[in-house]
Design a protein around this ligand. Structure first.
Ligand code: PPS
Length: 292
């Protein structure tokens, strides 16, 4: 059986087997963070690659060379992926690491560490639409079926990578407790990119001058990232990601869910959201008036 057909399960959450092995997941749980590490934590489709690009460009003061010559998975590896162990020691500090794991799985490894964590979230209606389209291309994910089927699985929290609700609640519940945790949303990156850039660069204690801000903004734009082979997934072989079925850099909009969810699906979504996010004070931005 090819690893593309394998699914690794950890603590009730399914992970694609071509990138995750039992060993690599166990290693991630025990990962030895260094105090200088920068960790980008996200639920899939929430702006992971965008934040990887932002952090790379902050660290190079806007110089695009690294972001145009080193693939994102090599400069900011996912710590739960099987190749991470070999790669991580070749990175010079500050190391940038990425993870889709929920907070509860990394809580022990992060405890006592001064590693800085940037949690990026996105409104869940845009996440489910983006994830659905990605399932159509990604041969390492199960057949998504109809959008209605996929939506049901997403709302139940049984999709690969687990429940969006638990992921977001888990990480954001740490905002008071972890002083080294920053929460950034896809929507604020979209609606006020420079504001988010200043927020992230201050958090990383790496302030930028105007010229560097402009260069970061240019190389983090949707168009620039869509055309950058180191980010747009075009280097990933066809058997793994079927590029005839869509693009990784698909729409890049806030509120694209309106083109997909029916009124009935939207009402159902809102009911589930209220139920599952009870007790959580997070608000969501569902659309960008400027993109209407
Ligand atoms: S993954 O597979 O989890 O790493 O995916 P992730 O990078 O988290 O999310 C992919 C979505 O982010 C969009 N994206 C952007 N939007 C706006 N501007 C920029 N620069 C940008 N970079 C990535 C990408 O298009 C995916 O969203 P959708 O809605 O599918 O277009």
């Amino acid at each position: 059986m090819s690893r593309l057909d394998v699914c690794e399960t950890l603590d009730g959450i399914k992970f694609p087997g071509h990138l995750h092995t039992r060993e690599s997941l166990q290693l991630a749980l025990k990962f030895a963070f260094q105090d200088t590490d920068i960790v980008i934590a996200t639920y899939p489709k929430s702006g992971t690659t965008w934040m990887q690009q932002m952090v790379t460009l902050i660290s190079t003061k806007g110089d695009p060379h690294m972001s145009q010559t080193v693939p994102n998975w090599a400069r900011a590896p996912w710590l739960e992926h099987h190749y991470c162990a070999a790669l991580v020691n070749t990175l010079s500090p500050p190391r940038v690491l990425t993870t889709h794991l929920p907070h509860r799985m990394l809580a022990r490894a992060l405890q006592g560490s001064k590693a800085r964590v940037i949690y990026v979230s996105r409104n869940p209606k845009d996440v489910v639409v983006s994830f659905y389209h990605f399932h159509k291309m990604a041969n390492f994910l199960p057949d998504a079926g109809s959008f209605q089927d996929f939506l049901n699985t997403f709302l139940e929290g049984t999709v690969h990578f687990g429940s969006w609700f638990d992921h977001v609640k888990g990480w954001t519940s740490q905002l008071g407790a972890m002083t080294n945790l920053l929460h950034v949303t896809y929507e604020e990156m979209s609606m006020d990119f420079e504001g988010s850039l200043v927020k992230v660069s201050s958090f990383l204690q790496c302030p930028l001058v105007d010229e560097e801000v402009n260069s970061c903004a240019r190389h983090c734009s949707f168009g620039s990232m869509r055309d950058n082979k180191m980010i747009n997934c075009s280097l990933i072989p066809h058997e793994i990601l079927d590029h005839s079925k869509g693009s990784f850099m698909r729409r890049g909009k806030v509120g694209d869910w309106r083109n997909m969810l029916t009124e009935e699906q939207n009402e159902h979504f809102d009911r589930v959201l209220v139920e599952k996010m009870r007790g959580c004070s997070l608000g969501f931005v569902w659309e960008d008036p400027a993109q209407r």
